[in-house]
Design a protein around this ligand. Structure first.
Ligand code: NAP
Length: 297
């Protein structure tokens, strides 16, 4: 698993791991995050190479946001995908304070301009702010009618927020909820994950490699996880990613600024973890037994 594998093999593996959207489209279960990309000129070439390598390997979902580097991440993605738009499932996010009326139209137009495209595959409300959800839904639906976005969704919504959203007119058109989820932070398994599955709405797991989490060292240094990784000739990162997408309703969007990391992440889809492996992981990082507040970054 740690040897360099042909991109065609990785692409074939990715095509076997998909998550179904309500509108019938599919997202592959592993994509690419871009937070903190595009901010450091000296890393630019490597980051573009990483994103393009990811597309070659089948990581077609690219997640960005107007917030990331205040547009710099979107510009970098735009450069990386300029001749590959049709190979990519492009996701961006709007600041909550821009998520209504003319402000939403302008934010979306600006995002499209930076990305060098005329449509997004998915547009997310980055987190819930003060704008009434009805107004965000109305604005998103208009963007859809105008052909600027194919679908819309939300991010950082817990169960109560989701219930409120889905009860509103057109609320059920919400395509995904993007939330923090990794082995060291399993709170959503108690209620949000089952609720999303019940509603037929996929979850996008952000920070799947535990970046920014107090649990990161514990996860990467765990004897049991390292033993499991050795057993599969895999890396801990690959175990984490294969674990994250195990249900079939979750896609993970690790950020990797190096092509080698991207290839390694794609190869995680070749791992076939067994029930007893999941039991080992449950022992080290137990699933929640009660409601936990939604973890956010
Ligand atoms: P992450 O994906 O958990 O971790 C990224 C870190 O892991 C980077 O330092 C990266 O290094 C490293 N890495 C990647 N592949 C690796 C590998 N195979 N082995 C070892 N290290 C590896 O963290 P994240 O960026 O916070 O989350 C992922 C994406 O989720 C973001 O980029 C963003 O698109 C999205 N996100 C959304 C929200 C939200 O509120 N909706 C919040 C946070 C994140 P290199 O870069 O050097 O390869």
């Amino acid at each position: 698993m740690n040897d360099r594998l042909p991109h065609s093999l990785l692409l074939a593996a990715l095509k076997q791991h998909t998550v179904q959207l309500k509108d019938g489209r599919e997202m592959r279960a592993l994509g690419q995050g871009t937070w903190r990309m595009g901010e450091d000129q000296s890393k630019r070439d490597a980051e573009i190479e990483a994103l393009r390598t990811g597309i070659d390997c089948g990581l077609h979902v690219i997640d960005t946001a107007e917030m990331y580097g205040e547009g710099e991440s979107e510009k970098l993605v735009g450069e990386a995908i300029q001749d590959r738009r049709e190979d990519v499932f492009l996701v961006s996010k709007v600041y909550p304070y821009n998520a209504y009326g003319d402000k939403l139209v302008k934010a979306c137009d600006d995002t499209l301009g930076r990305l060098g495209t005329d449509y997004l595959d998915l547009y997310l409300l980055h987190w819930r702010g003060d704008v009434p959800l009805e107004e965000t839904i109305e604005g998103m639906e208009k963007l859809k009618e105008a052909g600027k976005i194919r679908a819309w969704g939300v991010s950082n919504f817990d169960v109560d927020d989701m219930k409120e959203l889905l009860a509103l007119p057109n609320g059920k058109n919400c395509a995904v909820n993007q939330v923090l989820y990794h082995l060291g932070s399993r709170g959503i398994e108690y209620d949000l994950l089952p609720y999303m599955e019940e509603q037929g709405i996929p979850v996008m797991a952000y920070s799947p490699l535990a970046e920014g989490s107090d649990a990161k060292d514990k996860v990467f240094e765990s004897k049991e996880i390292n033993r499991l990784a050795d057993m599969y000739s895999a890396s801990v990162a690959q175990i984490l990613l294969a674990w994250t997408v195990r249900s079939g309703n979750v896609i993970a969007i690790p950020k990797a600024g190096q092509a080698g990391h991207v290839e390694e992440n794609a190869a995680a889809m070749l791992l076939d973890l067994e029930e007893e492996d999941f039991e080992v992981l449950d022992e080290v990082f137990p699933p929640p037994t009660e409601k936990e507040p939604l973890d956010v970054i």
